[in-house]
Write a protein that binds this ligand. Sequence first.
Ligand code: SF4
Ligand code: MSK
Length: 656
Amino acid sequence: MAEKRKSFDPATCEMLEQAKAQSVTTVFDRAETTAPCPIGHAGTCCRNCFMGPCRLVGKTTEGLCGATRETVVARNFIRWIAAGAAAHSDHGRDMALTLLATAEGEAPDYQIKDERKLRMVAAYLDVEAEGRSTNEIAIDVAKAALAEFGRQQGEILFVRRAPPKRQEVWRRLGIAPRGVDREIVETLHRTHVGNDQDAEHILTHGLRNALADGWGGSMLSTDISDILFGTPAPVAARSNFGVLEEDEVNIVVHGHEPTLSDMMVVAANDPELIDYAKSKGAKGINLAGMCCTANEILMRHGIPVVGNFLQQELAIVTGAVDAMVVDIQCIMQGLQKVAENYHTKLITTSPKAKITGAIHVEFDEHRALDIARLIIRTGIDNFPNRKQVHIPGIVDYLVAGFSHEYINYMQGGFYRQSSRPLNDNIMNGRVRGAAGVVGCCNARTSHDEAHVNIVKELIKNDVLVVTTGCDAIACAKYGLLSPEVMEYAGPGLREVCQTIGIPPVLHMGSCVDNSRILTVLAQCATEGGLGEDISDLPAVGICPEWMSEKAISIGTYFVASGCHTIFGVGSPVAGSEEVTRMINEGWTQMVGAGLEFEPDWHKIIDKALAYIDTKRKALKLEEYSPTRYGKSATYFPGDSFSSEVYQQGRYSKVGL
Ligand code: SF4
Ligand code: MSK
């Protein structure tokens, strides 16, 4: 029972018991033995020079250099933005380099899978497409994308994808971003000792840096991934530990980039390798995903998802993972130590990410399929070394693959696609509003609990939810991405979703794909009837269980784009009331949306619904009525989504 408080997910709880029985330590145990540093947690520890670190607590209100709490908290905050933006954008740069190598014939295992998208992106990047071959266009698109990362002056070309009113806001405030590399460098420069020391001024650059991520590095990454690997369309799949197979070679891909994992899908279906697996006593090869690499190959191929961030070590504890193959981001160093207790081979593949003790097979897009085959063969060779296996019999079913292109397509077909039906139904109150619920899991809170309850309550209250990253995986594990979830949705939302043919919770991809949400918001704002800017929309961003620097960058670019955003867990700026005010009320005045931190997920729901209703009122829309189209839920505290009740209900599917 004690384990249940650590996670809302019964399968995770089962694996925690298993880890305990085998004396294996995981992040859940370390969360109990290692308390967060209260000074760093509140953002008031400065270590930007070696006169410090200066810990601004109690009566200490200034660092040695005289830096105030406001300055230190603001500097720390925008350094998080810079690191998050760097992670997304470096990922995006690799996608552009892969596209270039593909188009130049140097990466023969890849192809351009979505030529229509290539032409669309070419138009945004001012690349001439008329009368040119696909490869000629792709070479210029890749080069233009690479130039956008390093753009030194002016503004990135994708700024023009935002609603015109939003572009005006950015230009008026001087935060229309230049290239993401430049904005990141400037953040690091500004926050060096003895440089920018006005908290508001520091934070304003944070907005610009985050915009360079959302509308620059991340959006380019998503676009180029779609060009190379295909733009997602709905696909059915399975999730949770039960997707691991007792009698097959299980290979789990984990991290973020689709380049290697997409090739692993090809290699895992190679008849020669399947025969090789059989020769070792396995029935076949089972490729499955973890975290956002999972989301990438789930969205495009329906590859099953083992779990989200906090489940990575526990996947190895099943004893059934023959190889875990990791690329970049959100990969715990603790994996290797856990793997040493089992037969699992941990294989790092990125030139940017090695883990001491793990096998390193460096990925090179020029020989992609050969490397994928080699890795799969390593997993197969390891299959006979398995010892005791314990796989929880818990699987849930889901539908993923909702790119913004597909959402548009569902609302009018090939020739009449738009967001008109959605806008109309928000206007008439069938749909109360929309929420982007995204982001990580955090071992300081009960795993998945906030994700699942927030999403469920929002749809009960007729709010359409789009989701990405680890929130999407949490939703998948509780059936919230399955067609049956319609029974939880309020009647207005249900009616609209059934008519359009979409579920009320739409999985839009990995964390870099939050840029797809920006596109949806921009379309709703320009379609008509819901104002003229993203900040007019009855829409909120929510990041219930955040932990990564990327999450902070994402939240800040949502806000800078006009979408009010609420984070759970706790506040990294709690050490300064002034900075807390600046990023919420202050940014609301500047950019029409604020960023707030609210650890209580019940209150996040209240705040999100209240915000949506305020925006409806400002637009002079019909007042939302929960009984107008049937009987929608009105949220009241205590009506939480209980994992025990859920287990008795949906989880009765186990074994099907
Ligand atoms: Fe201390 Fe100032 Fe150095 Fe920060 S920059 S560590 S506040 S002296
Ligand atoms: S994997 S950044 S824990 S969403 Fe994208 Fe999950 Fe957050 Fe990593």
